[in-house]
Design a binder for this molecule. Sequence first.
Ligand code: 3PY
Ligand code: MG
Length: 305
Amino acid sequence: MRNSRVREAVAQGRTVVGAWVATGSGYVAESLSHAGYDAVTIDLQHGMFGFDTLVPLLQAVSAGPAEPWVRVPSLEAATIGKVLDAGAYAVIGPGVDTPQQAADFVAALRYPPLGRRSYGPARAALQGGPDYLARANDEVMGWAMIESAPALAAVREIAATPGLYGLFVGPNDLAMSIGVEPGRPTPEVDAAWAEVLEAAHSAGLAAGSFCGDAATARRLADQGYDLVVPMNDIMLLRAAAAESLAVVRGDQPSATAESLTAVRGNQPSAGPESLTAVRGDQPSATAESRTAVRGGHETDTGGGY
Ligand code: 3PY
Ligand code: MG
């Protein structure tokens, strides 16, 4: 089984940047895997596709250098086991509100004696190789999503769960749960981000978050977040489309563009500029950015996880 490059990067103190697939397009998943992101998450919770699309999407991610991750639709153990069998290197579990849910989540991710994952590594063993079974418990990452007021209240107890890899903030659900509008920065969500970061790092866990725009991702990275996910694929497409239309028409931004600007508090961008804005480095794209992203270590070009 290949070492998780994300684990290695986080251990070295580098912020990793994730992409997020909601469209269900293999072409998009493959393109994002080649675009310089460290991991590409297939979103089975809010993505517009069903479970049967998962394997082709993971194969598409594996055609490039990014790590294939999955956000499961729920904390159901059978689903968690199945996405791992399909080859996910990390599972992002939504709505982990209690320490018990966190413990059950970790148990679903790990083979006995550490957990209750059932044997049947199907595609994971093909992709991971003959040592998959021996190494899966050490390599596979579980990110517990903190996205409600009860989760925030119990964040330290959740962070104390043995075997958990990281806490991952869902800022939109969290905003709604604490009574503020989702989709725009607020002092309440900023405070929650700081609290989750502190709880994660005090417990020796990684801290990650979904972000509504690249500027927020950059800000969280500067604050010490180990993983940031600036927008999903359809958000990137919509933002790039709105920008392009505004330039071509040379007129008022369209309704979409306007609302995007409002959501972002005037931050431009997305699209190709998104990774650059998050990382504050050279424009992205192919091999060059991958080298920069991976700290000078060029990867095998086509090969992935
Ligand atoms: C949230 O913001 O609630 C999320 O789950 C991000 O995908
Ligand atoms: Mg959510």
